[in-house]
Design a protein. Structure first.
Length: 199
């Protein structure tokens, strides 16, 4: 006999409960909330810092290219997200019914991110803003599934509109230590940009 699920921790995304209709994130949240067989916690993280160390936002020819319109985002370390998830699963009675907006301690522009990466890696790194549709089309051409287009448009559109994530302090409250700063993350991962870090 399979064990009964008593608690579910759902990894959503920042403002996932307000996602547009063509993106199913809000519908998934609603489905989880509607179930009576288990309690739940919903985690809504900002853009993760690891996007800058993998193929999501690579440095190409010394440049990070992504549409932002000069907007900012409170980038969050995926390790902090994982720590919060563990806490909600180990102590579900404390976090039952909760929704947490998980962010880093500061909202940063992509220019500031590029400058931080340059400082820790010892190499020049610049930021280049780009038209949203051009960037999305390039992502699709590079292999991102076409049905992910609405999500890319929504995520970048929030930053362009000045509605990127802002620091919440939820991580500090839940795990009892400050959320990781982008500078600390960058120092920890400097090798990603100094050893084969450019495409």
């Amino acid at each position: 006999m399979l064990p009964c699920v008593r608690h579910v921790t759902l990894l959503s995304t920042y403002n996932g409960d307000r996602a547009p209709r063509e993106i199913d994130i809000a519908a998934v949240e609603t489905l989880v909330v509607s179930r009576e067989a288990f309690t739940y916690s919903i985690l809504r993280p900002a853009w993760v810092m690891q996007n800058f160390t993998d193929d999501h936002l690579p440095i190409i020819n010394g440049t990070i290219t992504v549409p932002s319109g000069g907007g900012s985002e409170a980038f969050v370390d995926a390790a902090d997200i994982a720590a919060v998830a563990v806490e909600t699963l180990l102590n579900p009675h404390v976090h039952a019914g909760a929704g947490y907006d998980l962010t880093g301690p500061e909202a940063m522009t992509f220019d500031e991110v590029a400058a931080t990466i340059a400082a820790v890696s010892g190499r020049p790194v610049a930021y280049q803003d780009v038209d949203q549709e051009i960037w999305i089309n390039a992502a699709i051409a590079a292999g991102v599934p076409a049905d992910y287009t609405p999500m890319l448009r929504w995520l970048t559109g929030a930053i362009i509109a000045g509605n990127g994530s802002t620091p919440t302090g939820d991580i500090d409250t839940i795990i009892g230590r400050p959320a990781t700063s982008f500078e600390a993350f960058a120092k920890r991962n400097a090798a990603a940009w100094t050893i084969g870090g450019d495409k």
